[in-house]
Design a binder for this molecule. Structure first.
Ligand SMILES: *Cc1c(COP(=O)(O)O)cnc(C)c1O
Length: 223
């Protein structure tokens, strides 16, 4: 068994245990393997171990990776990082899901560039109103959602967030943020929640995550 297959099995066990604690069925949570900065071989190892959903942050890296691994059937690419308008075309072509809609301009360009099936998107929310952070402010989510819903080639499925990780961070510190995202999703009638990374995915599952984005626990430290 490859190292990646062994780590993936451990992460799947932790996902299942968190689901059991929360009284949720294990298939309520999709594990997204974040492969940014990892070599193609490790992505192939994860694929061989049954993983199908992979996330990349940077649009060009996603394009290159999708090309390099085009021989793998049913692989699904998720773009999880902020996008500049001029890079949207790569995501429109290669991704099944985009997790980081935070302004209308990018969403509109994505809709314009998308051909074939609509792309599933999450609105990224800046829960703690951090100046340094991407994501739409909570006060502006309703307006952004209404505008994005009017675009023809996008399908809004849920909300995404990256809670702050201050010095001395422990996973429990993410819980109130994850809970706030769930309540916001409920208010907006959005059922999917993309939240939780290596640092805090179990807490995220306990608070209702439907997608967890896990990199280092699966692939090891990034080079
Ligand atoms: C890198 C990244 C992840 C995964 O982080 P790990 O700590 O490697 O699990 C998840 N989400 C986003 C948006 C990221 O940039």
């Amino acid at each position: 068994m490859s190292d990646v297959a062994a780590r993936l099995a451990q992460v799947r066990e932790r996902v299942a245990a968190a689901c059991a604690r929360a009284g949720r069925p294990v298939d309520a949570v999709r594990l997204l393997a974040v492969s940014k900065f990892q070599p193609d071989e490790l992505v192939r190892d994860a694929y061989a171990a049954g993983q199908r959903d992979f996330g990349e942050n940077y649009a060009q890296a996603l394009r290159d990776r999708a090309d390099a691994l085009a021989d793998l059937p049913d692989i699904r690419w998720h773009a999880i990082g902020a996008l500049q308008t001029n890079k949207v075309k790569y995501v429109a072509r290669a991704a099944s899901v985009f997790h980081a809609v935070d302004r209308l301009e990018v969403a509109a360009e994505l809709s314009r560039r998308r051909e074939g099936a609509p792309i599933d998107v999450f609105l990224e929310v800046n829960l703690a109103d951090e100046d340094s952070k991407q994501g739409v402010a909570v006060a502006e989510v309703d307006a952004l959602l209404a505008a994005v819903r009017a675009l023809p080639n996008l399908r809004v499925v849920g909300l995404m967030a990256m809670p702050p990780q201050p010095d001395g961070f422990v996973p429990e510190m993410s819980r109130p943020h994850f809970r706030a995202l769930r309540l916001l999703g409920e208010r907006l009638g959005l059922t999917e929640l993309s939240m939780g990374t290596t640092e805090d995915f179990e807490v995220a599952i306990e608070e209702g995550a439907t997608v967890v984005r896990v990199g280092r626990s699966i692939f090891g430290a990034r080079k």
